[in-house]
Write a protein that binds this ligand. Structure first.
Ligand SMILES: C[S@@+](CC[C@H](N)C(=O)[O-])C[C@H]1O[C@@H](n2cnc3c(N)ncnc32)[C@H](O)[C@@H]1O
Length: 218
């Protein structure tokens, strides 16, 4: 029977991620953390900033995918809540956390990042990498809600696509560098970049990422 995916994201995307996570469950060496270059940029910067002493600090990782970033934050000492809408991602994140001995630091939830209840000023770190764009018209408002949910002095780790990008139906909502700068006015920007990559012949893609710290008085 054909699997039904619970969002308006093109089914072929959801299927693609589902297949990838299921494949990773079978094949990947789970005690290694192999990041995509956007993760690498975000994680490298966060490592130097967040350091390794983060006990009693809370991190939220949205759309955790293969669980790499969630496990990385757990390795840095955070108590991590990791969320994804696909059960394959939840399984993979749990298995990866076991393989890395950080399962006591991670709560993995199968859920919708748009509906997940957020309290203001409740997380020391929120990470949203390659995911908010799939919330379409809720992408930008949800980002502002995430920023609200970060404690004063806490961090926002963000990565996403921008144009150029191949056309999708429906079109995903890219958050531009200008919108990020606007939303993060007054924050300390530790890293902010835009890059274009030729992923394969004829497929050039734009990426942005940010590591930003909320001011103490916000
Ligand atoms: C491009 S992948 C990125 C995964 C991971 N953050 C990364 O950077 O590798 C997009 C992820 O978003 C998840 N996703 C899409 N819509 C979602 C939603 N509404 N709530 C939670 N997760 C969602 C998908 O299941 C998928 O794991």
């Amino acid at each position: 029977m054909e699997k039904k995916y619970p969002t308006k994201i093109p089914d072929k995307y959801m299927q693609g991620w589902d297949n990838l996570y299921n494949k990773n469950l079978d094949e990947t060496k789970l005690d290694e953390l192999p990041p995509h270059f956007v993760h690498y940029a975000v994680l490298e910067f966060s490592f130097f900033i967040l350091g390794q002493e983060n006990t009693d600090k809370k991190a939220l990782e949205l759309a955790t995918g293969d669980g790499v970033d969630a496990c990385y934050l757990a390795q840095l000492g955070f108590d991590v809540t990791a969320l994804d809408i696909l059960s394959s991602s939840v399984d993979l994140t749990k298995r990866r956390a076991d393989a890395l001995n950080v399962s006591d630091k991670i709560t993995v939830i199968e859920g919708d990042m748009n509906k997940f209840a957020l309290k203001p000023k409740s997380y020391d770190v929120i990470s949203a990498v390659q995911c908010l764009q799939y919330l379409f018209d809720r992408a930008l408002p949800r980002m502002y809600e995430l920023l609200d949910a970060i404690k004063p002095g806490g961090y926002f780790l963000y990565g996403g696509n921008v144009k150029p990008h191949f056309k999708t139906d429906p079109p995903v909502r890219f958050i531009t560098l200008k919108e990020l700068r606007q939303a993060l006015k007054g924050w300390k920007i530790h890293s902010l970049a835009r890059e274009e990559r030729l992923v394969r012949p004829g497929d050039r893609r734009g990426y942005v990422w940010v590591v930003a710290q909320k001011p103490e008085n916000k």
